[in-house]
Design a protein around this ligand. Structure first.
Ligand code: ATP
Ligand code: MG
Ligand code: MG
Ligand code: MG
Length: 565
């Protein structure tokens, strides 16, 4: 591509609203343009990167035997009413009406739609297992859209859903998806870690998240460097990643011995005023365990009757608008099925919503016996993660835990029959009996990956794309193309030869000042750069510089390919 025939629109300065490096660089490099809060246009250069990510994801999903389809972005309310999620999904769901006053939403996730496809199309065990996927636009009305495409409202997700005759088959596909995700993130050239996000009744590996490791990540990950133990400690979305973490306010201690405790007592421990608006909420998690949340909330929350046992979907509606001050009895992901986010804002104590809690039970640093609502045996622990994690023994007993931060780019989950039973997705088994299908779901944040890749790969001059997703592999920067026939002819021939060799070349034929062209090519992160100038050419040389190299080097005219591969 010749720059003169392309659309490059770089900026010297990032707009002030951008906080994160990736957001700044994406705006400066002209990859995206903001249309409104959480809404971005993918400009031509950005789209090239997005498509590369998509293609890697698609190739690996195909390789794993998943089958691509495409579902509507707009989904009728009726489907969501069948599973009960219409009323309880919460404010992240954008609801719309058509001219006949029929209700729809703009899909934040597609379990209902795919389950509808499955119940209509799959009749027999012979059709199972099957794994469908799509790469599609989602809309979530995020409470705080920010960091550009990192947490947008409209974004691109790869979501897949598998259907099975039994649990063993689900576990098998889950394992295949785990391996597939690992391949995808490896091919994308990213440093990542898979972390346990859920155990519970579902089983040992009920859910995993894949995180790109970056200090700016919104999630905290506890991992053990001497084993493969890693878990998301699911800290708050609401905690600004750039803000310094508050120092531990007090050492770990038992709040109490087992028994009943009033809200006032718990509030006193947490040093939060026991206002009238502080309520407890009992939630039945997906794994059947009961979770108690202590919430400080707004109007919606006031409708909650303290101590009432809610089903998870109902609870989310309240929880998503409230501050969760503490939680007990949580297991990983008990509260966070696909599509739901529960911000946890804790002044003094942070609830841990991962299997980390359960896994860490024996280490003696968590608070036992918190049973502040009822005498429910499930309500046992609250962990102050800020005090408890770093340096503590790993739950697998194989070392010491460390903390790092990550960006959630993928999430896989064994759903079981949650959706299939609610929507009656059944099949005939070998003995002719009607049985409910088992289901798994697997998401990848395709557009978020672009930002995450930059977050991990940049320097003061701009983006440094991992080669597999760079918009162009090589930039040719001619010096004095308008003045020198030699430069012009060489550049045109080089451009044609490299293209013929299958290299994606960006030829900066703008005849700008060299400094301007260099800065732009570095900003947009092209992995390889060739400078063609008359002086070098007279000695038969070009100048080569890899994007991570300190200096340029003279190379022979015919040796460019060696440097690119
Ligand atoms: P998060 O915890 O960041 O809010 P999530 O757990 O709500 O994400 P999932 O429901 O697991 O997200 O969706 C699958 C993937 O979609 C996530 O792993 C993430 O990479 C991506 N994703 C989710 N929300 C957004 C968003 N607002 N903008 C961009 N990508 C997103
Ligand atoms: Mg979310
Ligand atoms: Mg999440
Ligand atoms: Mg998730």
């Amino acid at each position: 591509m010749r720059v003169s025939q392309f659309f490059l629109s770089t900026l010297k300065e990032a707009p002030t609203e951008a906080e994160l490096v990736s957001h700044k660089l994406m705006l400066r490099a002209g990859l995206i343009k903001r249309l409104g809060s959480g809404l971005y246009s993918w400009m031509p250069l950005g789209l090239k990167v997005l498509r590369k990510v998509e293609n890697i994801v698609r190739e690996e999903m195909d390789r794993a035997g998943a089958i691509e389809l495409l579902m509507p972005a707009v989904i009728p309310a009726e489907l969501w009413q069948e599973t009960g999620r219409w009323d309880v999904f919460g404010p992240q769901m954008l609801k719309i009406r058509d001219r006949h006053e029929r209700e729809f939403c703009f899909g934040p996730t597609h379990e209902e739609v795919i389950t509808d496809v499955a119940r209509r199309e799959i009749k027999s065990y012979r059709q199972l297992p099957i794994n469908f996927y799509q790469i599609q636009t989602k809309f979530r009305d995020e409470i705080r859209p920010r960091f550009g495409v990192m947490r947008a409202r409209e974004f691109v997700m790869k979501d897949s859903y598998s259907f099975h005759a039994d649990r063993a088959s689900l576990e098998q596909t889950y394992e295949v998806m785990y391996q597939t995700y690992s391949r995808i993130f490896t091919r994308l050239g990213l440093k990542f870690r898979a972390v346990a996000a859920d155990t519970g009744a579902i089983g040992g590996s009920g859910s995993h998240e894949f995180h790109v490791l970056a200090d700016s990540g919104e999630d905290a990950i506890a991992f053990c460097p001497s084993s493969d133990y890693a878990a998301n400690v699911e800290l708050a979305e609401a905690v600004s990643p750039s803000a310094p973490r508050p120092a531990p306010t007090q050492p770990m201690q038992k709040i109490s011995t087992p028994g009943k405790h009033s809200i006032e007592q718990v509030c006193e421990y947490l040093k939060v005023p026991a206002e009238k608006t502080v309520k407890t909420l009992l939630v039945e998690g997906r794994d059947g365990g009961v979770v108690a949340l202590l919430l400080r909330g707004d109007h919606e929350l006031n409708e909650v009757k303290a101590g009432k046992l809610l089903q998870l979907p109902e609870a989310v509606r309240f929880a998503s608008d409230a501050q969760i001050l503490a939680a007990a009895g949580c297991r990983a992901g008990s509260l966070g099925p696909v599509g739901l986010n529960i911000p946890i804002i804790a002044d003094r104590s942070v609830a841990v919503m991962s299997d980390f809690v359960c896994g860490a039970n024996e280490d003696g640093y968590h608070l036992t016996g918190v049973n502040f609502v009822r005498d429910l045996p499930e309500l046992k622990e609250v962990v102050d993660i800020r005090n408890a994690v770093e340096g503590d023994p790993s739950p697998d007993g194989k070392g010491i835990l460390e903390l790092c931060r990550g960006i959630e780019v993928g999430h896989i989950f064994q759903l079981g029959n949650k959706y299939s039973s609610a929507m009656n997705a059944t099949f005939l088994d070998e003995s002719g009996k009607d049985r409910v299908m088992e289901m798994g779901c697997y998401g990848i944040g395709v557009s978020r990956i672009v930002a995450a890749a930059i977050e991990q790969n940049h320097d003061a001059r701009g983006i440094i794309w991992p080669p597999s997703i760079a918009p162009y592999e090589l930039a040719i920067v001619p010096i004095g193309m308008g003045r020198s026939e030699l430069v012009k002819d060489t550049v045109n021939k080089l451009y044609a030869d490299l293209k013929a060799a299958g290299i994606e070349v960006l030829l900066d034929d703008r005849d700008e000042r060299p400094g301007v062209m260099f800065a732009d090519m570095e900003l947009v992160g092209i992995p390889h750069r060739i400078v063609v100038g008359e002086r070098g050419l007279k000695e038969g040389n070009l100048e080569y510089q890899g994007r991570r190299d300190e200096k340029a080097q003279a190379i022979a005219l015919n040796s460019v390919l060696e440097f690119v591969q």
